[in-house]
Design a protein. Structure first.
Length: 396
């Protein structure tokens, strides 16, 4: 057996750690994965203590657990804990990073064709306010960012490359490291949305070369909702000023003066969901104990198996892109996607629906409507996929 494979005993242990697998076949891990018991217990322990002893007192009591979240994230991303900010969610983390980058009229932002709506809308807001230009990088024959086309688009006006690493639809993994090499060579800011790659695959921000990386807790990390984080490279972002500051992010020095803190926590707010931070730390620690290389190998194996089984369902068409594919599998069928999701839910099978407006440029260019997204994780099994396929055949 390969060191990357999960033995039957290991799978039994992982599924025993995940109470939800006895209730549903959960194929919505790119939406929100099932929490392992250790994560849920960490959150509940914090809240119970807060109920008995108070919020401020509990924060002091759990300070080592809170700090451990920063250490675990930094270990996973191969950076310093001082380069990690923990935020209310990934959108806040991304927005704080984006809005701190000094962009002016006629500056250009380069993004991928599969950008997520919550990223592209702020581009449009800034363009409306300041006159910055937004340009979409063409795809290559695999449907991912074309590195050669990106190189050709670079000019003196390009100030930011903002990429969604793993888009919400299509299954592809954009070439983050190659993009980083171009950004560094041309001294262009590089912001990477890693919401759906964090917890699914190995990530090393030194190798990627991004200035910022944003992510959420609830997806492949298997953490609680309502918490996310931001990596901010100290060498390149240390002089930037976040759009929102408070007494945590800065110190009030005089009637006319404040001083921003030197580390990435300047992107945080003082008031935050600390039970979620503790849960996030537990989730990343759980992932590190399993091993991200093993997780990534297992996810790819299951996703490939799912794609092959979907090919046996009459009328179903898989719409995944990319030379490297991940655990997100998107498909259409003769039935309306929203209706099909409801029928699957009635059979205790969780999937999600991709709305065309969520990745508007990509979906319109491919002429796609609503799609079903089935996203696997390492705790899923081939037997669950087989059950899903048989049920799908029945309802389609």
């Amino acid at each position: 057996m390969s060191s990357l494979e999960f033995s039957q005993q290991a799978m039994a242990h992982l599924r025993a750690d995940t109470p939800g697998v006895s209730q549903v076949i959960h194929l919505n891990n790119a939406g929100a994965a099932l929490m392992p018991e250790v994560v849920g217990n960490a959150v509940l322990k914090y809240i119970r203590h807060e109920m008995k002893y108070g919020g401020y007192e509990t924060a002091e009591k759990f300070r080592s657990k809170i700090d451990l979240a920063y250490d675990h994230i930094a270990h996973y991303l191969s950076c310093s804990p001082s380069e990690i900010a923990i935020c209310e969610n990934a959108t806040t983390a991304w927005d704080q990073a984006f809005l701190s980058i000094p962009l002016e009229s006629k500056d250009e932002i380069l993004c991928s064709a599969a950008e997520y709506a919550s990223n592209y809308i702020p581009f449009l807001q800034l363009a409306k306010r300041t006159g910055v230009q937004i340009r979409t990088i063409p795809n290559n024959e695999y449907g991912q960012v074309d590195i050669n086309a990106l190189e050709r688009l670079i000019n003196d006006r390009v100030k930011l490359i903002a990429i969604t690493h793993v888009p919400t639809n299509g299954g592809l993994v954009n070439p983050a490291c190659k993009i980083g090499q171009i950004a560094k060579r041309h001294q262009v800011w590089y912001l990477l949305d890693a919401c759906q790659s964090v917890g699914q695959m190995p990530l090393n921000v030194r190798e990627i070369g991004c200035d910022f990386l944003s992510a959420t807790s609830r997806k492949y990390l298997r953490g609680p909702r309502g918490v996310g984080f931001l990596f901010a490279r100290q060498e390149t972002t240390g002089s930037l000023e976040p759009i929102i500051l408070d007494l945590h992010a800065a110190s009030w020095k005089s009637e006319q003066e404040y001083e921003i803190r030197a580390d990435a926590r300047k992107y945080e707010n003082w008031e935050t969901n600390l039970s979620g931070v503790v849960g996030l730390g537990a989730a990343v620690g759980y992932m590190l104990d399993i091993g991200i290389d093993r997780i990534w190998a297992r996810i790819q194996l299951l996703a490939d198996y799912l794609r092959s089984r979907l090919s046996t369902v009459p009328g179903v068409r898989v719409h995944d892109l990319g030379k490297t594919k991940c655990g997100i599998v998107s498909f259409s069928s003769p039935r309306d996607a929203l209706e099909l999701k409801k029928l699957l839910n009635e059979g205790s099978i969780n999937v999600s629906v991709i709305h065309p407006s969520h990745t508007l440029i990509d979906m319109q260019s491919r002429g796609l409507g609503h799609l079903i997204r089935a996203s696997v994780h390492y705790y899923n099994t081939e037997e669950e996929i087989d059950t899903f396929i048989e049920y799908l055949k029945h309802v389609v």
